[in-house]
Ligand binder design. Sequence first.
Ligand code: GDG
Length: 492
Amino acid sequence: MTVAAPTFDLVVVANRLPVDRVVDTDGNNTWQRSPGGLVTALESVMRGRDAAWVGWAGEPGPAPAPFREEGIHLQPVGLSHLEIEEYYEGFSNDTLWPIYHDVIVPATFHRAWWSTYRVVNHRFAQAVADVAAPGATIWVHDYQLQLVPAMVRAIRPDVRIGWFNHIPFPPVELFSQLPWRRALVEGLLGADYLGFQRVADAENFLRTCRRMLHMTTRGDTVTFRGVVDGSAGGEGARETERTVRASAIPISVDFHGLEALARTPEVIARAVEIRKSLGSPETLLLGVDRLDYTKGIGHRLKAYEELLRDKAIAAPGTTLVQVASPSRERVEAYRHLRTEVEATVGRINGEFSAIGEPAVHYLHQSYPRDEMAALFLAADVMLVTPLRDGMNLVAKEYISCRYDLGGALVLSEFAGAWHELHQAYVCNPHDIEGLKHTIMAAIQAPADQRRRRMKALRRRVSDHDVQRWASRYLEALALAPDKPDRPDRHLR
Ligand code: GDG
């Protein structure tokens, strides 16, 4: 007798499962929840529901057997070495990522990568279809899985499908460079609802539908008529007319969880200790980023170096801690970036440090959550200077940890977060003179001004935290496209 596989009313699908494999002290393999923000975000809507998460377990090879972790059914998808190279490192991170981030580095196009992207997307779609209960809600995440909505719909027309883009959606002029642009848009249009970080991202998507695919858009919806190529192999093509909603629904952080963490005596003590071990600087500047060329780390270091050269600031009275967590190290552009950043840090320290008093503390490492909270609490000025960023959670995490109303946030206008956080010290990272000016303004601002700004920033993040984001998303998905409404104008 065969036992039917379990099915679920809510299925989340993301490139990665929310767990990492760890080997315990007895040498046994176990799974540990990964620290990512998405897990925290979705926990609130998944807990207590009949929910499954489909994703890659993070290691090459066949998919491990499905298992349960903290009440959620985890359904692993296997990826071979070659698929990791072509679907993930290649097409996702070396083709789509640069195009979706203003081509800060050139994008690489390989037809073989695209073909693997389709095959892998289809595998994810099949895994979703296998675990979805009749009429289930499917929530697809991010740029790695843009074909999944149409592929799931082709197999399971009974389900409701949403997709959320964690990164920007590019202007049509850039998107058009992609040889596979039509297939990508058609893949997305298999969804009922497409969520974006900013109004401008949703508008870019709708404009692409209009200009490139000659579709009709009305408000925040697009009506799509034609043949959907529903599967990786092209089979399952069929006539369709559907209306899809695309709007802004900016992601956030677990404000109250982070605040509670920052208030623990251990984190407070660690923040004091960090400052002490840095020689008790008057001003501690902090940067925390994945080591990614979109984050503007080079521009930030250039501004800092010039401020030191101009003698506007001097180490060790002012010092910079830059955490650059290792990222995508097999992609050439990332290796190149690392070399460049490390050469710059070496040059700044060579010129402006004294023995035992480096001007830049560069940390190419990952840290536990409580250490990050202590760093946030210790820093006088947080530097968030991306050249392009979907949202930037670090900015919102910093604000959440500053229950003391201390600190100041320097924030790039090219981060999605800026559209909600207007009380930050805004900068254009390309304008080095302007960036220097903004950093100095944040350093020198009177305490009451900084407090006032921090209070307003905290109000915004507290009212729009990640739990609210997740439940709003699912509400929008449940209503779309029957009740299209106007985009949230104030998020412009
Ligand atoms: C994408 C979009 C969008 C970093 N180093 C450590 C560590 N982190 C954590 C941060 C933060 C997360 O990683 C990074 O999130 P960001 O939002 O800053 O950037 P991306 O990784 O590029 O994320 C972005 C996001 O998706 C969500 O939609 O905001 O625009 O690009 O949470 O704290 N965490 C720990 N140790 C580290 O060393 N524990």
